[in-house]
Design a protein around this ligand. Structure first.
Ligand code: HEM
Length: 522
């Protein structure tokens, strides 16, 4: 049917009318009550399942667009600089900031009192949001994974698994004590390796990789009761694990903070993640098979059972949960430990006087520190803790609010996802005097004893998290780090030669390669 000529003439007229009407509406909304228009509320009114007066939408933050929420911001910032983006958000919007991950609100908290309120909430089963890609992958392979694993589970099921997998094993004092001789031997090997590999100027290039090797080796020996070199193809397995774990963490970052297309179809990112996760599972299964050939797990439990054997003997656990638990233990600490050590070496290199004070503290110790020695090294522990304060590896601690909670004047309802931005908070002058300087003494009481709770600001320095969901590897890392550092400082004076910078890989990592000069003390 042909249109009448006068109808067609109306089109430009109507377009102009619409255009002017929108300008009038825009100006009216912008200047009514002298308040600028809150575009976030208008846009969210269209797209999200919130009422316009919902308090959470009044929290300041980047512009929220239909469907993508605030994800567009990730198109303008580099993924490996996300930790800087979170610092910038604090500068721009203040103590509380709202992001929208699609249509899910995520609230960042920067104020110490808010962070304290959330982290100290007396929850029986603290709810930490899951890393979606790993949960999704594990749920789609139920034949292999009966659950999403300790790191991602919630509620009663999480508490049951935590008690069976961690409390009896990796957090148990006796298990840690038993691993001491191996840890000492590994740190001696590390030092001998540095002596052998350094060039004529005493420099080692890419030390990070050697520390990662130490970290995998140490975690394996804790769990398996012997070093990886005693397993079939141990060296190859170790190298492969290091690579897979690093790739897995990068997939966590891209799948969480990127556009999340993997949720709709199997993207390259999802397939790569699946390949690495599967490989870690296969390597762990091979090691378990090898152990089972030598151990009869039908025998009753004994005091000398390794962590692996204790887990394998647990009748209350399904076989898949046992493997999954070991996979999570073996992979959770590898990169974190290596990044932590590199940050610490950077601070020690900047402050040679701190190295000397640690040396004074440890020079008279026996060659092999024991589990009991740990509490004697007050200054050394303060030096480590101060490094955690300035350069934590986890930029934030995530939780889901369980009760109505007021933060910075806004009411957060149960179910709200919050990120306690501990990295930014621990470098704030409000919480620590001369906050950007590396000063281990700030953690010492007048009598010289180390006290990690010495100031009200201490809560924001929680490198291993807090409460019941605290990292089960904490005591092991405390021990390994003390053995490592005391031996290293006794052997060398250290200079960090690389340009120091940090990169976001889900964890905050040092820019690589890390090159360090190891000067002999004698
Ligand atoms: C420097 C080394 C490490 C650091 C800084 C670190 C840090 C953390 C942090 C911040 C959390 C979250 C805690 C929370 O939400 O409150 C965590 C959880 C966890 N970490 Fe570590 N970690 C380290 C090493 C390890 C090691 C060596 C292992 C295992 C051998 C491990 C196993 C785990 C597991 C299984 C969880 C999840 C616990 C749960 O949800 O119940 N971590 N870690």
């Amino acid at each position: 049917m042909r249109k009448n000529k006068s109808d067609l003439k109306m089109v430009p007229f109507l377009s102009m009318l619409l255009f002017y009407l929108s300008i009038i509406l825009f100006l009216y909304y912008t200047f009514r009550n002298n308040k600028p228009l809150n575009w976030n509320i208008i846009l969210n009114g269209f797209t999200f399942n919130f009422r316009q007066d919902d308090e959470i939408l009044r929290i300041p933050g980047p512009l929220r667009l239909p469907f993508v929420g605030t994800k567009w911001t990730q198109l303008v910032i580099k993924m490996n600089k996300l930790h800087e983006f979170y610092a910038k958000m604090h500068e721009t919007y203040g103590d509380i900031v709202l992001e929208m991950s699609g249509n899910i609100p995520v609230v960042s908290l920067y104020n110490r009192l808010d962070i304290e309120k959330v982290l100290k909430f007396p929850s029986k089963h603290p709810f930490r949001p899951e890393t979606e890609i790993i949960s999704y992958f594990r749920r789609s392979h139920p034949e292999r994974y009966p659950s999403t694993g300790l790191v991602n589970m919630q509620g009663h099921e999480w508490a049951r698994l935590r008690a069976l997998l961690a409390t009896k094993t990796i957090e148990n004092r006796k298990c840690l004590k038993r691993s001491c001789p191996d840890l000492n031997e590994m740190c001696d090997d590390f030092i001998a390796d540095m002596r052998r590999k350094r060039n004529d100027a005493n420099v080692i290039y890419d030390v990070h990789d050697s520390i990662k090797t130490l970290s995998v080796d140490a975690t394996f020996s804790l769990i398996l009761g012997k070093r990886l070199k005693h397993f079939h193809n141990g060296k190859e397995k170790l190298e492969e694990l290091k690579l897979c774990v690093n790739n897995i963490f990068k997939s966590f970052r891209d799948s969480t903070f990127g556009l999340q297309l993997w949720k709709y179809f199997p993207t390259k990112l999802y397939k790569e993640f699946g390949k690495n996760e599967t490989r870690v599972y296969e390597i762990t299964s091979e090691i378990i098979r090898e152990t089972l050939q030598k151990e009869d797990i039908r025998r009753p439990e004994t005091e000398n059972d390794t962590i692996l054997v204790t887990i394998l003997k647990a009748k209350e656990l399904e076989h898949g949960d046992k493997i999954c638990g070991v996979v999570d233990f073996l992979s959770a600490g590898v990169d974190v430990f290596a990044h932590t050590v590199c940050f610490l070496l950077h601070h020690l290199s900047d402050k040679p006087e701190v190295q000397e004070r640690i040396y004074e503290e440890v020079m008279n110790m026996d060659d092999d520190p024991t589990h009991e020695d740990f509490s004697r090294f007050h200054y050394t522990r303060a030096a480590i803790h101060e490094s955690y304060r300035l350069t934590p590896v986890a930029h934030a601690l995530a939780r889901v609010i369980e009760e109505n909670t007021s933060c910075s004047g806004y009411l957060l309802k149960p179910g709200t996802v919050v990120l306690c931005q501990t990295m930014v908070a621990s470098s704030k002058e409000d919480n620590f005097e001369d906050s950007l300087s590396y000063k281990p003494e700030r953690w010492l009481q007048e009598n010289g004893e180390f006290d990690p709770n010495i100031t009200p600001g201490s809560i924001v320095v929680s490198p291993f998290g807090t409460g019941r969901r605290i990292c089960p590897g904490k005591k092991f890392v405390d021990l390994l780090l003390i053995i490592f550092l005391t031996k290293l400082v006794k052997a060398f004076r250290i200079s960090y030669l690389s340009e120091f910078d940090r990169e976001f890989e889900y964890l905050v990592a040092p820019k690589r390669p890390v090159n360090i000069q190891f000067h002999d003390r004698d």
